[in-house]
Design a protein around this ligand. Structure first.
Ligand code: FAD
Length: 289
């Protein structure tokens, strides 16, 4: 099913994310986690893609298993920064062959060393989106950044670039993680004002490893609200307590989003079915499968 059609439903829905294994040895355990997450009956499951393209075959395989064997709509991520246009075209053909209807079209992070863009490569996700549209009838999602993308100095330029990307053929957007819902509400106000009208799925990250999260936030420029920082400072050294507190914090964010009329929420479940299940349990009277 195309995600743009799922998003027409005004009841609250949750989707999850899994990432493919980097090695073949880890394949079975990722498949097991994927199946447990699929059994929670989310509206869809997204499957990430290595920026270097190295995990592409597993992204297609897992997305295909989800939609063709497990009956759960899948969203295959596709990055283009480190692949030639021909390599990217081949992956799109594979997705078509596997009847995967939804692609999250991304550029990927620019490698720290080396020329950018390389000849015969895409420069921005918007160029990839134009090509996907030429190649098939896909529902296309793209990324957005409520706190601004790190490469663009001014938020208004980032929103202008986002408007161009959406106009190239985006059906919906998924946000980078954020820990203060007011940042999302402000972002939505600003993009709607600029004429970006497609559905936006907030991306919620349940934090289960406080120290790692502080590092990720420092790199991505995500603001750590005082309330969240206190949670990490207090429970960061106790993995079980941090997990419980992280699930509670994420649940609280989700309830606030739904209370404010946002019905489709994406959870960065990171191959952790126990965390996905705990959130679904917490929302059992709010989000019905
Ligand atoms: P773009 O939309 O191309 O934007 C990149 C930068 O270029 C931005 O600063 C933008 O403002 C600027 N820009 C865009 N167009 C123009 C223009 N025409 N002129 C000037 N500047 C412009 N990474 C992975 O490797 N694998 C994944 O599976 C993955 N999944 C993700 C899922 C989500 C929901 C999100 C939010 C991010 C994900 N990422 C993933 C990370 C993403 O690849 C990086 O953030 C990357 O740096 C930007 O990708 P993009 O598609 O947003 O790029």
């Amino acid at each position: 099913m195309k995600i743009r059609d799922l998003l027409k439903d005004s009841n609250p829905h949750i989707s999850f994310e899994v990432f493919p294994p980097k090695t073949d040895a880890a394949y079975e355990s990722v498949m097991k986690a994927t199946e447990e997450i699929a059994a929670l009956k989310p509206s869809f499951v997204s499957v990430t893609y290595g920026a270097g393209g190295g995990t592409s075959k597993n992204t297609v395989k897992i997305a295909s298993h989800l939609s063709n064997d497990l009956g759960v709509t899948s969203l295959a991520h596709l990055t283009c920064v480190s692949s030639t246009k021909e390599e990217v075209h081949r992956v799109i053909e594979e997705l078509k062959e596997q009847k995967i209807e939804n692609i999250l079209a991304l550029r990927g992070d620019v490698p720290a060393d080396g020329e950018f863009p390389l000849p015969n490569h895409y420069r921005y996700a918007s160029e990839l989106i134009e090509d996907i549209k030429r190649q098939g009838d896909f529902c296309i999602g793209a990324a957005c950044y409520p706190e601004g993308h790190t490469e663009t100095e001014h938020k208004k330029d980032d929103i202008q670039n986002l408007k161009h990307k959406v106009d190239c053929g985006v059906d919906f957007l998924t946000t980078q993680m954020f820990f203060d819902n007011n940042i999302l509400y402000n972002f939505l106000y600003r993009i709607r004002e600029k004429g970006i009208t497609v559905p936006v799925l907030p991306g919620i990250m349940p934090v289960t490893n406080g120290k790692q999260m502080k590092r990720i936030c420092a790199l991505s420029g995500t603001v750590l609200p005082e309330r969240f920082r206190a949670v990490v400072d207090r429970f960061g050294d106790d993995p079980k307590a941090m997990q419980q507190a992280g699930i509670a914090y994420a649940t609280d964010q989700i309830i606030d989003l739904i209370a404010n009329g946002i019905n489709h929420i994406h959870i960065y479940s990171m191959n952790k079915p126990e965390i996905a299940a705990a959130i679904i349990r917490n929302l059992s009277e709010i989000v019905k499968p």
